[in-house]
Design a protein around this ligand. Structure first.
Ligand code: HEM
Length: 394
């Protein structure tokens, strides 16, 4: 007989997806697409009870020590189950002090703590570690827009990871190495790939379907007593490795350091280790600036500083694109047409939309080294480096 974890996985890939899709189609067919309570109650009951059987079996089995992959998979499945219960309003952290799903909470807490991750599904479950079976990825629904969103998110994450890997390679070679050219080009190409996958999301994702039928699965929910924020495409270390290696964000800035601490447990343990490692390195920008006065006329300095600036420029473009096109088109604009009482919990992290947008704006401006003096951007330092590059090229 198949193991309990395997049976749960089959249920999540089968009946769970069918029931969520049916419910989404019911909600979406209404005049008020935000209305969830009192709609499709019989299906919701089957979804709740169907998942509960598997959760109870796994809980009774205990931690069988099947290794990381198996535990990670169970965490993703119980997390997706709880996220769906939240999406269908069978639980809502605003009206409860603890999750009404005690067994699912216990299972998630047990597995999450043993893996060193938050006790909920994480981005990696649906992106970089979402194992396809005969071409089909794990998902909440079978809606084409959900697959488009997940696939392009994953491509974006993979692009940032390739860029981070290339920049890490430069750290090992040293910024004056002639071989850094290969790695700067790899980073540039990876960031161009991110720009392209973001552009596909922008042009192909249906705004209403994303807003009403995909995004709601990413809301915060309670596990046991505590509320955990939702997953978002940013929960991987690569983007922060780039921030830190380029030197556009600094781990000694309390705002940015807090952000890193907050997202740590939402990442895979291997990503947590990569991020910690990066936090202890000197950035490429600081290295270049320290060498500029003495070496700026050298060929290696001119070439590598120029390449560094091009990587910064492309990285800045991805940040502008995320905020000014994706967040604006798929979150900010549709939120303007939603009634006030449905607005709560629209974002994955939970704070009011205006607060979240300001926080994302800060990240965009750090990554573009914008000319702001209320946050510690590297605007002046990048200008100084540019002046060395243009002087040297004369
Ligand atoms: C429809 C497309 C997308 C939308 C609407 C969107 C929206 C958002 C929102 C609203 C947040 C804040 C977290 C929250 O919801 O509470 C966020 C965070 C984030 N997203 Fe996206 N996102 C999209 C696609 C992507 C893609 C493809 C990537 C690339 C991997 C990405 C990378 C990030 C990162 C790194 C963060 C964390 C904050 C940061 O470091 O900038 N997003 N996103």
């Amino acid at each position: 007989m198949a193991a309990n974890s395997e049976l749960f996985d089959r249920w999540v890939r089968g009946p769970f997806v069918e029931m969520n899709t049916e419910l989404e189609n019911l909600y979406f067919g209404q005049q008020d697409r935000s209305r969830v309570i009192g709609v499709g109650d019989a299906i919701k009951g089957r979804l709740r009870d169907g998942g509960q059987v598997h959760v109870v079996a796994l809980l009774a089995e205990g931690n069988t020590g099947d290794g990381f992959e198996s535990g990670f998979n169970v965490l993703g499945n119980v997390g997706m189950y709880l996220a769906a219960l939240r999406r269908h309003e069978l639980t809502n952290p605003a009206r409860e002090e603890r999750s009404p799903f005690a067994e699912a909470s216990s299972l998630a807490l047990h597995v999450g703590a043993s893996l060193g991750m938050a006790p909920r599904f994480a981005t990696s479950h649906l992106a970089t570690h979402n194992k396809a079976v005969a071409g089909v990825r794990k998902s909440f629904t079978s809606l084409p827009d959900e697959f488009l969103f997940m696939d392009e998110n994953t491509r974006g994450i993979l692009g940032f990871q390739r860029a981070a890997e290339a920049l890490t390679g430069i750290v090992h070679l040293g910024i004056s190495s002639p071989v850094a050219d290969v790695l700067f080009e790899a980073a540039r190409q990876a960031l161009r790939d991110v720009l392209a996958s973001n552009e596909r999301l922008y042009t192909q994702l249906d705004v209403a379907r994303f807003f009403y039928s995909v995004r709601p699965y990413y809301k915060p929910y309670r596990v046991g007593r505590q509320e955990y924020r939702g997953a978002n495409a940013g929960d991987f270390s690569g983007i922060n490795e780039i921030d830190l290696l380029l030197g556009l964000c600094r781990a000694n800035n309390p705002y940015y350091a807090q952000l890193l601490v907050d997202k740590m447990l939402f990442m895979l343990p291997s990503d947590q280790a990569r991020l910690r490692d990066c936090m202890m390195r000197t950035s490429l920008l600081d290295e270049l600036l320290a060498l500029a006065a003495e070496h700026s006329p050298s060929d290696w300095f001119q070439r590598n500083a120029q390449a560094y600036l091009e990587v910064c420029d492309l990285f800045g473009q991805t940040a502008v694109q995320h905020h000014n096109t994706l967040v604006k088109r798929f979150i900010e604009e549709p939120a303007q047409h939603v009634k006030e009482d449905h607005l709560a919990g629209i974002t994955a992290s939970g704070p009011p939309l205006s607060v979240l947008l300001r926080a994302l704006e800060v990240l965009r401006d750090l990554r573009t080294a914008a000319d702001r003096n209320d946050i510690p951007t590297r605007h002046a330092d990048l200008a100084r480096l540019r002046s060395y590059v243009s002087r040297g090229a004369m």
